[in-house]
Design a protein around this ligand. Structure first.
Ligand code: SF4
Length: 225
C-alpha cells in the first residue's frame, strides 16, 4: 500500500474520537472536483509505514482512532492486513471509501475490522460518469450501500454538492438510496488542487434553501464547509 499523506491529529473526521488520518495514494475514480490530485496521481511523496507505526506507538494512550482515507484505500490488496495491524495497537479505525470495491468492504465488515465507515455517493447513478470520469458498474455501488446499511457498524453516506451538477431532485434520489441512514451534504469549495477551475459550490442562501427542502428528512445534515 502506498501512503501519500498523514495528518497527525484531527478532532473532526472521526465522530467522537481524537484521531490521525492516513491518506493512501491512487484511486479508481477521477473526479474533476477532487481536492487530492497529488494523491490520486501518486505524485505525493511516499510515507513509510514504519513512520506511521512509530507515531502510533508513541500516541497509544493519547489518540482514540485512525482514519484511513485517500485516494481510495480499498484499491490496495494489503489494506486489510494494514487495518489489522492498526487494531493490534488498540486503535479504532474509520474507513473513507467511494464504495467501488464491495468485495473488500464485505471482508472488512464480516470481520468487524472497522468502527466507522463513510461512503461517498457522487451523483445519481446515470450521471456518475459526469462526476468521476470513468465508466463504472453502478451495481457495485448499490452493493456497497446495502453492505454498509446492514453492517451494524456506525456509518454515514455523504455527497460533495456542486452547483450546476446536483439538482435538488438529484439529491433527493441519492438520499432515498440509503433509506433513512445518516446522510451528509457537504458544500464544494474551490482549492488550488482542483482540476476543474470553473466548478463552484452553493451560496450560503442556496444552502439554506437546500436545508429547508430536506427538513422533513431527519437523517440529512447540510455541512456548510
Ligand atoms: S473518489 Fe475521492 S479521491 Fe478518488 S478522485 Fe474522486 S474525490 Fe478524488
Amino acid at each position: 500500500m502506498r501512503i501519500g499523506g498523514f495528518n497527525k491529529l484531527t478532532t473532526q473526521d472521526f465522530p467522537g474520537n481524537l484521531a490521525c488520518i492516513i491518506f493512501t495514494s491512487g484511486c479508481n475514480f477521477d473526479c474533476d472536483y477532487c481536492y487530492n490530485r497529488d494523491l490520486v496521481e501518486c505524485h505525493a511523496p511516499e510515507i513509510k509505514e514504519e513512520e506511521i507505526f512509530s507515531y502510533l506507538e508513541e500516541r497509544k494512550n493519547m489518540l482514540d482512532g485512525v482514519v484511513i482515507s485517500g485516494g481510495e484505500p480499498t484499491i490496495w490488496d494489503d489494506l486489510i492486513p494494514f487495518i489489522k495491524k492498526i487494531r493490534e495497537y488498540g486503535f479504532k479505525v474509520k474507513l473513507d471509501t467511494n464504495g467501488y470495491r464491495p468485495e473488500v468492504l464485505k471482508e472488512i465488515i464480516d470481520n468487524k475490522l472497522v468502527d466507522y465507515i463513510a461512503m461517498d455517493i457522487k451523483a445519481i447513478f446515470n450521471e456518475y460518469f459526469k462526476v468521476i470520469k470513468k465508466d463504472i458498474d453502478t451495481d457495485k455501488l448499490l452493493e456497497s450501500i446495502e453492505l454498509i446499511k446492514k453492517s451494524n457498524i456506525d456509518h454515514e453516506f455523504r455527497t460533495t454538492i456542486i452547483k450546476g451538477m446536483h439538482t435538488i431532485e438529484d439529491l433527493e434520489k441519492m438520499i432515498d438510496l440509503v433509506d433513512g441512514d445518516p446522510y451528509y451534504l457537504q458544500n464544494f469549495r474551490m482549492e488550488d488542487t482542483v482540476k476543474a477551475k470553473k466548478m463552484e459550490g452553493f451560496t450560503e442562501e442556496e444552502l439554506k434553501n437546500i436545508k429547508e427542502y430536506f427538513k422533513g428528512k431527519s437523517n440529512v445534515t447540510v455541512r456548510y464547509v
